[in-house]
Design a protein around this ligand. Structure first.
Ligand code: SF4
Ligand code: SF4
Ligand code: SF4
Length: 322
């Protein structure tokens, strides 16, 4: 990658002031679980919630950040040489930690570019709407064949409202199907402004008990429940998604309360029960954060089927896995 390109990716101030940029964590092509058909998922950074089970913890911060995979380090020493802030600490030549307080991201990014062992990754790039669309359009043919499109996810996509608005608008101008996955903790004035460019909303509902919701995510659920009802009142199609977390929201009581609440919606397409998995666990270590449910085992299939069957008794369509 050229120096100029790298500078543009990591330093928003270096761009034309009039050009809007957003902080994108990653793209996932050929997704079939986040909206209809084959889709490209645009993962944005920044989230107002802090869920203890989050499988994408690198999307929570609204700043670029280093992800360090020490066991990939081959001890070449290049990151130590190039870091202008002396952020890297090592033991027996192997990089063991990064002094995050000293790191000057997004103005830098040099360490990632010299690490050929994939031990250093920077989560978050500033991209323009055109750059996002360029990536999304790579798979247009597949969207057309399957009824797919683009899904904006995160993090919380509404946390970058202007960027989301312009991406969704651009996608509609390109006749793409658009979806958003949201935690729902967004001011209604922001959300309602963008909804017209979205074909479907994938709405996460993590707990019906507001105190337990606060304990698990850092915020209560009142605004979330209100927004879900408001979206429904606009006539927009909604799929509610329940990440099923052991010993948090997997009680029969919570499944019944969730199902009863959403069965009152007029435009509900389905409830997607998303079984807990541990794929995000290593990323907490890479960010020097503590994963509080280390070692917790996912539910067995029977338990998930049993809860899905309870939800179906409320007359709603239920899928497992989305
Ligand atoms: S550049 Fe990568 S492989 Fe080399 S010392 Fe740094 S982390 Fe290890
Ligand atoms: S981004 Fe720059 S300042 Fe931060 S750790 Fe890497 S080389 Fe050092
Ligand atoms: S809402 Fe989603 S992205 Fe945000 S912390 Fe929770 S699980 Fe992670």
């Amino acid at each position: 990658m050229s120096w100029a390109r790298k500078y543009l990716l990591y330093n928003p101030a270096s761009r034309n002031k009039k050009e809007l940029v957003g902080l994108v964590n990653d793209f996932q092509r050929f997704s079939v679980n986040d909206g209809p058909g084959i889709r490209t998922i645009v993962f944005l950074k920044g989230c107002p919630l802090h869920c203890f089970w989050c499988s994408n913890p690198e999307t929570v911060s609204s700043c670029p950040e280093i992800m360090l995979i020490s066991h990939n380090c081959i001890g070449c020493g290049k990151c130590i040489e190039v870091c202008p802030q002396n952020c890297y600490q090592h033991q027996n030549n192997i990089v063991s930690s990064v002094l995050r307080d000293k790191c000057i991201l997004p103005e830098c990014g040099d360490c990632q570019h010299v690490c050929y062992a994939n031990a250093i990754n920077i989560s978050g790039r500033y991209l323009t709407v055109d750059e996002v669309m360029e990536e999304v359009l790579r798979d247009r043919e597949f969207y057309e064949r399957t009824g797919g499109g683009v899904t904006f996810s995160g993090g919380e996509p509404f946390a970058q409202p202007q960027f989301l608005l312009e991406m969704a608008h651009a996608a509609k101008l390109l006749h793409l199907h658009t979806a958003v996955e949201t935690c729902g903790y967004v001011s209604w004035s922001i959300m309602s402004n963008i909804l017209e460019y979205l074909d479907i909303v994938l709405f996460d509902l993590k707990h019906m008990d507001t105190e337990k919701h606060r304990q698990g995510t850092g915020v209560d659920n009142q605004r979330i429940l209100d927004n879900l009802k408001r979206i429904d009142a606009t006539g927009k199609t909604v799929r509610v998604r329940l990440p099923l977390i052991p010993d948090f929201n997997d009680s029969e009581k919570n499944i019944r309360e969730t199902s009863a609440f959403i069965s009152g919606l007029s435009n509900l397409e389905a409830l997607d029960i998303l079984p807990y998995h541990r794929m995000g666990e290593p990323k907490w270590d890479q960010l020097d954060c503590t994963y509080k449910i280390k070692g917790v085992t996912p539910h067995d299939k029977d338990k998930v089927y049993e809860l899905a069957a309870i939800a179906r008794t409320y007359g709603i369509e239920v899928t497992i896995g989305g």
